[in-house]
Design a protein around this ligand. Structure first.
Ligand code: MSP
Length: 649
């Protein structure tokens, strides 16, 4: 039977405003999952969203909508981000999925019946952003020891999980199986900072949080979000249901990959719950490091995420998913933190993808197309051939060992060492000179075959990391389905095609400016007023100075084209002419005007609002409308004929 591999990412808070740090865990897991699939293993790769809790409840209330209305578009955004990045999961679990809800209730019921959950009164300090409780002694200067923010004292009736009972077994686990948690430094942290100090029982229910899973034995209480979230690792496979075949097949997980700030939940609380349930523990937990910016964790809630630099959508759109994947997988030393800068990101693309891989591919293709038109015969081995072939032949074992150690940067370094060797091989064998000498035709063929075969092998090995680019390259060598890892498997006489550069070389200065601009548009979107803020802005407004009024730029525009925005009932997308300039503008007026009616209309446009994207469409301005008491909109237009581009003041 094929070996199986079950890998999980933590499930994400549906927060929107994703930054590149959010992509880190999931891209690593995707590369690992693809690598294990490549090895012929049966893989189950789980990711999803963590949707309950006070934070979501509060955010939704602020906007005057239900938690579900708040979450659904954010979940869709996250899924879209994984799609863009080529993340191929086997299940995207939402903690609001009915099977997950039933499983969490099953877990609580079982633990209640076995006496591992009991009722008492809770007094503790709660950190809403971290969804974590702390005792007074755990606080740092009266603030949350994890994130440094304010905590609130809470006192309420609660159910507790007997975590204290499992401390000795957990300590034994770390003595007997030290690689249960990696890297090693995290074990010391868990053992010395938490386990040796003794564990207090854990409050696992709330009466104040309504947006949660009701406990089956006491509907006044909802499940503590961390127990709810952690249970996803078993609920996703049908644990505790009539059909638990996936659970029996894939559980225990080979790997829970998590960021280091949530290791405590995965390495102490979750194993204790599994012990109490009598279920096996995962094989390994890995607590990876963070992407930093200015030495601090990239974090949306600390507002240092600099969306103007780190918006994954903008980066993927401009440089492609593979460039972002490559950066994340290659640049951050695994297990440690790594500073994110746009320069390093761009340099990586240029140095490795454009120069090393891109040049090898285009030089090899150009010379084969020019001299043979098909893959030339392999010929006999001579000169530097042996050294190159030897490097190719041991490559899979080296990459496999690195991926076994979860070290993607090292695995990529191995593959790129071969690419580098092949580029040197070109310099050593000088095929452009061989091409000038008809007596060297067989040698030219052999050299070019060795190069093409090296490209094929490296691309087969790179597939889990760079799925889109390798597919293109392998296809151009006529071997998109190739999985053979032996040197020489490339068919002589096979087709070949010259591709345009897969990773065009970037002008760093220009790109730095471009990234700032693109990501600033993303930031503008993040800064766009929420419906609640808009509501707040209704009613009489305080006076503003003339200076402030003059900060607005208003112009007369002519709508020259208009269409409905797909997936939106409210929005129209207009192209507005402002003098010589054309602008893309999105307006919420589809209920009042048809696209046909809009074309030719003269309108007043606010032209210096920060651009935003609405339903994926860029809006570089706002068309002014008058709104009557019933909320109906009517366009504001100049009363006499005025040229488009005229200033409104
Ligand atoms: N919902 C919890 C996890 C529950 S798992 C049972 C959570 N969600 S999160 O959205 O805040 O984080 C998701 C993942 O993104 C975590 O692994 C976290 O460590 C990771 N990262 C968030 N910011 C990051 C960086 N700046 N760098 C690397 N990873 C980062 O935690």
């Amino acid at each position: 039977m094929a070996k199986k591999y079950y890998i999980t990412t933590p499930i994400y808070y549906p927060s929107g405003n994703w930054h590149i740090g959010h992509c880190y865990t999931t891209v690593i897991c995707d590369a690992l999952a693809r690598f294990h699939k490549m090895k012929g293993e049966e893989v189950f790769f789980l990711t999803g969203t963590d949707e309950h809790g006070q934070k979501v409840e509060k955010e939704a209330a602020k906007r005057g909508i239900t938690p579900r209305e708040f979450i659904d578009p954010l979940v869709a955004e996250l899924k879209d981000m994984w799609r863009l990045l080529g993340v191929e999961y086997d299940r995207f679990l939402r903690t609001t999925d009915p099977d997950h809800v039933a499983c969490v209730q099953h877990i609580y019921q079982k633990l209640y019946e076995s006496g591992d959950i009991y009722k008492a009164e809770y007094t503790g300090y709660y950190c809403t952003p971290c969804e974590a409780f702390w005792t007074e002694t755990q606080l740092k200067e009266g603030k949350c020891p994890d994130c440094g923010r304010e905590v609130t004292l809470q006192k309420e009736e609660s159910y507790f999980f007997r975590l204290s009972k499992y401390a000795p077994r957990l300590l034994r686990l770390y003595e007997e199986k030290p690689d249960f948690l990696r890297p090693r430094s995290r074990v010391n942290e868990m053992v010395n900072n938490f386990l040796k100090a003794g564990l207090a029982d854990l409050s696992v229910s709330r009466t104040t949080v309504k947006w949660g899973i009701p406990l089956p034995f006491d509907q006044k209480h909802t499940a503590y979000v961390w127990i709810d979230a952690l249970s996803n690792y078993v609920s996703a496979l049908g644990y505790g249901t009539a059909d638990d075949s996936l659970y029996r097949k894939f559980y225990p997980a080979d790997l829970h990959m998590v960021g280091k700030e949530i290791v405590r939940f995965h390495a102490i609380i979750w194993p204790a719950i599994l012990m109490a349930l009598g279920e096996p523990l995962p094989e390994h937990i890995y607590g990876h490091g963070w992407l930093l910016i200015g030495g601090e964790k990239l974090s949306k809630s600390k507002e240092n995420a600099r969306p103007e630099l780190t918006d994954p959508y903008a980066l993927v759109k401009r440089y492609g998913a593979d460039a972002v994947r490559y950066y994340l997988l290659r640049e951050i030393p695994f297990g440690s933190d790594g500073e994110y800068t746009t320069e390093r990101f761009l340099l990586r693309i240029n140095a490795d993808l454009s120069n090393d891989l891109g040049n090898l591919v285009s030089r090899t293709q150009a010379m084969i197309v020019q001299n043979f038109g098909v893959i030339p015969p392999r010929g006999k081995e001579e000169g530097p051939d042996g050294a190159l072939i030897a490097m190719c032949e041991g490559l899979f074992e080296r990459v496999d060992a690195d991926m076994g150690a979860l070290n993607a940067p090292e695995a990529l370094a191995e593959i790129f060492a071969v690419i580098d060797r092949a580029n040197k091989y070109i310099d050593e064998t000088t095929p452009w000179l061989l091409a000038k000498d008809p007596s060297q035709r067989a040698r030219l063929g052999a050299v070019l075959y060795n190069l093409a075969e090296t490209v094929r092998l490296c691309c087969v090995m790179l597939r889990p990391f760079l799925p889109a680019a390798t597919e293109k390259i392998l296809k151009s060598f006529g071997c998109e389905d190739s999985a053979d890892l032996t040197f020489g498997a490339l068919k002589e006489g096979g087709p070949i095609e010259k591709l345009p550069p897969v990773f065009p070389r970037l002008d760093l200065k220009k790109e730095l400016a471009e990234v700032e601009k693109l990501c600033a548009q993303a930031k503008a979107k993040a800064d766009a007023p929420s419906p609640a803020a808009e509501k707040e802005s209704e009613g009489p407004k305080p006076p503003v100075s003339f200076e402030d009024f003059r900060k607005l730029e208003l112009k007369v525009g002519e709508v020259v084209a208009c269409e409905k925005v797909k997936k939106s009932e409210k929005l129209l997308h207009e192209t507005v002419k402002l003098g010589e300039e054309l602008r893309s503008v999105v307006s919420g007026i589809a209920k009042y005007y048809t696209p046909e009616e809009m074309v030719g209309k003269k309108v007043v446009v606010v032209t210096n609002l920060k651009p935003v994207k609405l339903c994926g469409v860029l809006s570089e301005g706002m068309i002014l409308c008058a709104e009557d008491g019933a909320g109906n909109l009517s366009l504001v237009s100049p009363e006499r004929l005025v040229e488009s581009g005229a200033t409104v003041r």
